[in-house]
Design a protein around this ligand. Structure first.
Ligand code: SF4
Ligand code: SF4
Length: 95
């Protein structure tokens, strides 16, 4: 069974974002969601302090509506979504 990862990188303007990171003005953040592991329970959405996580309209191979990757520009990189997921479907990083 294959897994599909949706990976976000910071910012729409990559060069401007990279410049701010190099200057230390912004933390790198990334949230990766394994849509094939997700069972659509909504725990991550309930615990996201910014309300960024929503279910997708489509179904995964198990017949669940997996969550969509949040807008990384609004995400604070807290990692709560990854901590509460019972299926280890989320990896959040901040460095
Ligand atoms: S890392 Fe925090 S702010 Fe970002 S999507 Fe997850 S719970 Fe929400
Ligand atoms: S907590 Fe995990 S299994 Fe539940 S909706 Fe979020 S990513 Fe999917």
């Amino acid at each position: 069974m294959s897994s599909e990862y949706l990976v976000l990188v910071p910012g729409d303007n990559t060069s401007q974002e990279a410049s701010r990171i190099i200057k230390g003005g912004l933390k790198m953040k990334a949230v990766e969601m394994d849509t094939e592991r997700c069972k659509g329970c909504g725990l991550c959405a309930a615990y996201c302090p910014k309300g960024l996580i929503t279910a997708s309209a489509g179904l995964n191979h198990h017949g669940y509506h997996p969550v969509q990757t949040p807008d990384i520009n609004l995400c604070n990189g807290c990692g709560r979504c990854a901590l509460v997921c019972p299926d280890l479907a989320i990896v959040a990083t901040r460095r």
